[in-house]
Design a protein around this ligand. Structure first.
Ligand code: ZN
Length: 129
């Protein structure tokens, strides 16, 4: 499949639904480092990505063909390196710390998680391949 056909596929309803289903099914977290969607947006400027492990079954992927990744782990999969810092340790420290916080703060953080995601496209930030 050419790069342009792949881009067209990524804009298809099928892919959008599969992407949404995969994110929900995998608990809305990066399968490598465990950060949540809102933290991926804050830390890496993009919602969680759904990565194709295999391209052979495009259009009729099996669950094992795709993986939920943050932008940093997605870059590591494709390029073997990244300039993005690893924020997962900080994320997990905050998650553990939240348990010590008052209920009001916990409610506030849960409310923030529910805010609509603004994509990098909407923010006019550069996207990586
Ligand atoms: Zn990650």
């Amino acid at each position: 499949m050419t790069a342009s056909k792949y881009q067209i596929y990524l804009a298809s309803l099928h892919w959008k639904q599969l992407r949404k289903w995969t994110l929900k099914e995998r608990g809305g977290a990066c399968e490598e480092c465990g950060i949540s969607n809102i933290w991926a947006v804050i830390g890496y400027g993009q919602p969680l990505n759904v990565h194709h492990i295999k391209y052979e079954r495009l259009g009729h992927e099996r669950p094992e063909d795709v993986q939920v990744l943050c932008r940093r782990d997605h870059e590591l999969k494709h390029f073997g390196s990244t300039t993005l810092p690893d924020l997962s340790a900080l994320y997990w420290k905050i998650c553990v710390g939240i348990k010590e916080f008052p209920d009001e703060l916990w409610s506030l953080l849960k409310a923030i998680e529910q805010l609509p995601i603004v994509t990098t496209k909407q923010l006019s930030l550069p996207l990586t391949a």
